[in-house]
Design a protein around this ligand. Structure first.
Ligand SMILES: Cc1cc2nc3c(=O)[nH]c(=O)nc-3n(C[C@H](O)[C@H](O)[C@H](O)COP(=O)(O)O)c2cc1C
Ligand SMILES: [Fe+2]
Ligand SMILES: [Fe+2]
Length: 397
C-alpha cells in the first residue's frame, strides 16, 4: 500500500504504482530508476478515477482504490490518455465496476473500442467541456500529440489543479512520497529531460500549443501520469517544458561518436580538446556503443553544439550512428550548430554522409568536416582540434 494516508489535495488521492521491474519503457528506453504510473481518485458526491495503470499492476491498484473508497463505487473513469501504461487496466476496472461511466473525447472512444470490449456508458467531452462531481467541477482541454492524438488534460478550477497526462511526467519511481517537496529530485531532472526528448520531443509545436492554451489557467498543482506531483517546483517544470519545446539550449557540446578500434575515438578526443581550449566547459562525450541513445538525445536537447563522428562501415555509416541520426531526424530537433568527422581505410563514406546530415536538419555546419584515412596523424588530429575550436566559437557567440 502506498501514500494512502496523504491526499494530493482536498479529497484527491494518489492510487498509482511504482514499476521497478520493467527494464525498458516502451520496450526500448532504459529505466534504471524505475517509473511510476500515476492514477488519482477524486472523492466527492460522485467519485471519479483519473486514468488507470499498466495492467501488470492491476491487483495492487485495485487494493489501493478499495482502501480509499472503503466500499464506495467509482462513478466515472476519466481517460486522459489511451496508451496502455495508463489505459491498460480499463478492461479489468470495467469488470469490477460495471456501472462506471467512461469520460473521454471522440478519439479516446475510437481507441477505447478498439482495445476493449466495453458496454458501459460513455460520456463524450469536447474542448472546454465540464463534468460535475458535486462540489468539484472539472474542465477538459484537448492536448493532441502530447503524446498521442487523443490526449486531453483535466482541470479542476476550484483546487487550481491540472491532471496533465504525460505532460510534465518523468521516469523514476516515487520512493516514499509523490510530493515534489518530499523527494530528492536530483535524479528526476535528468530523467525528465530524457523522458521529454524520447517521448514528447518530436511534438515541440504541439507542446507549445498546449502551454499557450493552458497558460491562462491559475495552477497550484500538476498531477502528471508519471513522476512527482508538482507543487513547489511547478513554475520550474512549466519553464522546462517551454524551453525544451522551443528547442532552446544551453552553451555546451555533445560529441557522439562510434569507434570499433579506437581511431575515430582519437579524433573525438582531439575535437573535445579543441572545445575545452576554446572555452567550452560542458563537453559531453558519448560513445554510441556504450551510451544508450536516450541519454544521447537528452543531452542533445540540452546543449547547443553537436559534433558527430563515425567510421565508414560497409560503405556507409557505423550502424549505431546511422540509428542515432534517424532518431535525431525524426524528432526534428531545431536550433543547433553542428560539426562532423569520419574515418575510413579505403573509401570514405561516413564523413560525406555526416556532412549531408547538416542539410537534412537545416543546421549550420561549423568548421570543416574532417575525414581521416587509416591511422590518425598529427595533421588530422590538428584539424579535429580546430573543428572543436570553431565549434567553441559558435557556441559562445
Ligand atoms: C566491418 C568493417 C567494415 C568496414 N567497412 C569499410 C568501408 O566500407 N570503407 C572503408 O573505407 N573502411 C571500412 N572499414 C574500415 C574502418 O572504417 C576504418 O578502419 C576506421 O578507421 C575504423 O575506425 P575505428 O578504429 O574508430 O573503429 C570497415 C571496418 C570494419 C571493421
Ligand atoms: Fe504516453
Ligand atoms: Fe505514459
Amino acid at each position: 500500500m502506498t501514500y494512502l494516508n496523504k491526499p494530493v489535495a482536498d479529497n484527491i488521492y494518489y492510487v498509482g504504482v511504482n514499476d521497478c521491474q520493467k527494464h525498458l519503457f516502451e520496450n526500448y528506453l532504459p529505466l534504471p530508476n524505475g517509473v511510476s504510473y500515476n492514477s488519482y481518485l477524486i472523492v466527492d458526491e460522485k467519485v471519479a478515477l483519473v486514468d488507470t495503470v499498466d495492467v501488470a499492476f492491476a491487483d495492487l491498484f485495485f487494493r489501493q482504490i478499495d482502501e480509499v473508497l472503503k466500499g464506495r463505487t467509482i462513478d466515472y473513469l476519466i481517460v486522459d490518455h489511451m496508451e496502455p501504461d495508463h489505459a491498460g487496466s480499463i478492461g479489468l476496472l470495467v469488470n469490477r465496476y460495471p456501472d462506471i461511466q467512461i469520460v473521454g473525447n471522440k478519439k479516446t472512444f475510437d481507441f477505447l473500442k478498439g482495445y476493449f470490449t466495453v458496454n458501459c456508458p460513455l460520456v463524450e467531452v469536447a474542448e472546454g467541456g465540464e463534468l460535475s462531481l458535486g462540489k468539484t467541477k472539472l474542465n477538459f482541454y484537448m492536448a493532441p500529440m502530447v503524446h498521442w492524438p487523443e490526449v486531453m488534460v483535466t482541470y479542476d478550477p476550484e483546487r487550481q489543479l491540472l491532471f496533465s497526462a504525460d505532460a510534465f511526467g518523468t521516469f523514476g519511481a516515487l520512493n516514499g512520497s509523490f510530493c515534489d517537496d518530499e523527494l530528492d529530485l536530483t535524479p528526476f531532472w535528468d530523467d525528465m529531460r530524457r523522458y521529454y526528448a524520447c517521448i514528447v520531443g518530436k511534438y515541440g509545436m504541439q507542446v507549445q500549443g498546449a502551454l499557450k492554451k493552458l497558460g491562462g489557467l491559475p495552477l497550484q498543482t500538476i498531477c502528471p501520469t508519471h513522476g512527482p506531483v508538482w507543487k513547489t517546483q511547478l513554475p520550474k517544470v512549466v519553464g522546462l517544458y517551454d524551453q525544451w519545446s522551443k528547442y532552446e539550449t544551453e552553451p555546451g557540446c555533445v560529441i557522439a561518436y562510434g569507434s570499433m578500434y579506437g581511431n575515430t575515438q582519437q579524433l573525438a578526443e582531439a575535437v573535445a580538446q579543441g572545445l575545452v581550449d576554446g572555452g567550452v566547459r560542458n563537453v559531453v562525450m558519448h560513445n554510441v556503443s556504450k551510451s544508450d541513445a536516450s541519454y544521447i538525445l537528452a543531452d542533445i536537447f540540452k546543449y547547443k553544439g553537436l559534433i558527430i563522428g563515425s567510421p565508414t562501415y560497409m560503405n556507409g555509416l557505423y550502424p549505431l550512428i546511422d540509428s542515432l541520426l534517424h532518431k535525431i531526424e525524426e524528432r526534428g530537433i531545431k536550433n543547433h550548430v553542428y560539426g562532423c568527422f569520419g574515418s575510413h581505410t579505403w573509401a570514405g563514406t561516413a564523413c560525406k554522409r555526416l556532412t549531408e546530415f547538416a542539410e537534412t536538419m537545416k543546421w549550420p555546419l561549423v568548421g570543416t568536416p574532417v575525414d581521416n584515412k587509416q591511422g590518425a596523424d598529427t595533421e588530422t588530429l590538428n584539424l579535429c582540434y580546430e573543428l572543436g575550436k570553431a565549434m567553441a566559437a559558435q557556441i559562445q557567440m
